[in-house]
Structures are given as C-alpha cells and as structure tokens.
Design a protein around this ligand. Sequence first.
Ligand SMILES: *[C@@H]1O[C@H](CO)[C@@H](O)[C@H](O)[C@H]1NC(C)=O
Ligand SMILES: *[C@@H]1O[C@H](CO)[C@@H](O)[C@H](O)[C@H]1NC(C)=O
Length: 109
Amino acid sequence: MKFVLALGLVTIFAVSLCNAQCLNTYNLLNSNGCLKDGKEYKFDETFMIPGCKKCTCTKTSLTCCATAAQPSVYNKTECIAFLDDIQCQYRVVKKSDPCVECNVTAWVL
Ligand SMILES: *[C@@H]1O[C@H](CO)[C@@H](O)[C@H](O)[C@H]1NC(C)=O
Ligand SMILES: *[C@@H]1O[C@H](CO)[C@@H](O)[C@H](O)[C@H]1NC(C)=O
C-alpha cells in the first residue's frame, strides 16, 4: 500500500515536470469549489500547498504549479538538489559535504 502511494507521487511529480511544472486536476471539483487534501477552497481562490506549489481553483479545474525554479544543469554525480520548503528554493550541495554549495548553470521553472 505504501509502495503504491509512493509510486503515485512519483508519477504526479514526473507529469508536473513535463507540463511546465503545473498540474491540472478536474476531478477535485464540486459545485462550491475545489477539494484538496481534505480542505475546500472557493472558486478563484489561490492557495499554497506543501512542496512550494501554488494552486488556483477555478470553475473548470484546479491547477497547481511549482513556484521554485529547479536546477537542471549541475554536476549530478557530485551534487544533490533538495527543496528548502521554508524559502521555496532549491539548494544544490555536495553529496560528500552538504555545507558546500554546488554551481548550477541552468534552472527551469
Ligand atoms: C563532477 O564532479 C566530479 C568530482 O569532482 C568529476 O570527477 C566529474 O568529472 C564531474 N562531472 C561533470 C559532468 O562535471
Ligand atoms: C563555481 O563557480 C565559481 C565561479 O564561476 C568558480 O570559481 C568555482 O571554481 C566553481 N566551483 C565548482 C565546484 O565548479
């Protein structure tokens, strides 16, 4: 069960990457608004969800987009990227020494 859930999350993440980091969902709507993670949001409401994603509820879909630019070109053998959930920024550091920042030559949003 846990495994299936993890796989689902990975798939969602991959989809959002291909789609300019936005994800549209159409099945989370009812006549009053959008449902997301057990909460209800009104139409035209914009809200943040964990993972630094900004969601907008409209009458036709719920769209959630990443607000943090992702590092795309850096030394992936030597470095690792992670999302700083508080600042909504990716940080790229050395695997061998997380205190050392790595150079990133390209970012995508
Ligand atoms: C990444 O860093 C390692 C260790 O410094 C180096 O051996 C490797 O050539 C680098 N790779 C790239 C693509 O720059
Ligand atoms: C990162 O970039 C700086 C400035 O361009 C350079 O001096 C430094 O050597 C680079 N570091 C690595 C690990 O490539």
